[in-house]
Ligand binder design. Structure first.
Ligand code: NCD
Length: 306
């Protein structure tokens, strides 16, 4: 195997690398066949997942990799084994790449620092901090639809504060120079600071002239008591419906990373409507993850910049 590469945070990648990954994912979707890679890939999900896990599994299969699943609830994790010993065990058994989702925001990063010389690590969601592969597939979806990041106004609406999707998208938007990024939520769900874009609690101004509206699920499992808001009031003020969407450009695209809570952050009419990219995102997730796995496992696809 060539030099070990990881995908832990969007900001660890160069702009060139991001563009390469997006172009490769688009090529895999439309024309090109992947080279088969004889590698052992482990899925280790310490938090629930449907689309992220399945799309990594599908992507690994498409590449011809051997997939193994580690289920913390039925493994020695439940007998008190620490994650560091799990890593040593997996490395000793010959796992080449580990796709990991963990509720602790820093754990994936620290595993990469400790074991990164011996195993590729791909972050499939770390606490509230980062979900780099979701941001990459979302950006790929927009570019594949013919949008140019530097010309786009993007509004991210919903529980921004507790969303790792929003965190990673903010960083990616900064790297690719998205023209305007606005994050909109009721005050308790706005982050204290942002590295890019602006914050507002006013949905109308956030949506005005938006080319893309990304709506987020309320992260109920992460809310402190004081952050629990009245759902009816939230829906009334922040739900993306045909009515609120009328504030955006008529040709605006609507995105949602899933899982959706229909009738809360998004109406069914919008989710299933002609401007919805929700299932495009899911489909593209497989190609983006193929590109990412290829890049980690077969670095000759991606000649390094000196
Ligand atoms: C997101 C996640 O897990 O962070 N889902 C996903 O990976 N597609 C968003 C969420 O759970 O709301």
């Amino acid at each position: 195997m060539n030099a070990v590469q990881h995908v832990i945070n969007v900001s660890d990648l160069s702009v060139f690398k991001v563009q390469q990954l997006i172009q490769r994912a688009i090529a895999l979707k439309h024309q090109s066949y992947p080279k088969r890679i004889d590698a052992n890939v482990l899925m280790a999900f310490y938090e629930n997942s449907t689309r992220t896990r399945l799309s990594f599994e599908l992507a690994s299969r498409q590449l011809g990799c051997h997939i193994f699943n580690f289920d913390p609830s039925t493994s020695s994790d439940s007998k008190g084994e620490v994650i560091e010993d799990l890593m040593q065990t997996m490395i000793a058994m010959g796992i080449d790449l580990m796709v990991i989702r963990h509720p602790d925001a820093d754990s994936v990063q620290s595993l990469a620092e400790t074991f990164g010389e011996r195993i590729c690590i791909v972050n499939a969601g770390a606490g509230m901090n980062a979900h780099p592969t979701q941001a990459l597939l979302d950006m790929m979806t927009l570019i594949d639809r013919g949008l140019t990041p530097s010309r786009v106004k993007m509004a991210i609406v919903g529980d921004v504060r507790h969303s790792r999707v929003a965190q990673s998208m903010m960083r990616l938007a900064q790297m690719l120079g998205v023209r305007e990024l606005v994050m909109c939520a009721p005050q308790p769900w706005l982050p204290e600071s942002v590295c890019y874009g602006t914050l507002t609690d006013d949905l109308k101004s956030a949506l005005e002239d938006a080319d893309v509206v990304m709506t987020l699920r309320v992260q109920n499992e992460r809310l402190e008591k004081s952050e629990v808001l009245d759902e009816a009031k939230y829906k009334c003020q922040y739900s993306i419906t045909q009515q609120s969407l009328a504030w955006a450009k008529p040709e605006t695209w609507v995105m949602h990373p899933g899982p959706m809570n229909r009738g809360v952050e998004i109406s069914s009419e919008v989710a299933d409507g002609p401007r919805s990219l929700v299932f495009d995102q899911v489909k593209n997730g497989v190609f983006m993850r193929m590109a990412i796995l290829e890049s980690c496992l077969e670095s000759e696809h991606y000649p390094k910049l000196s």
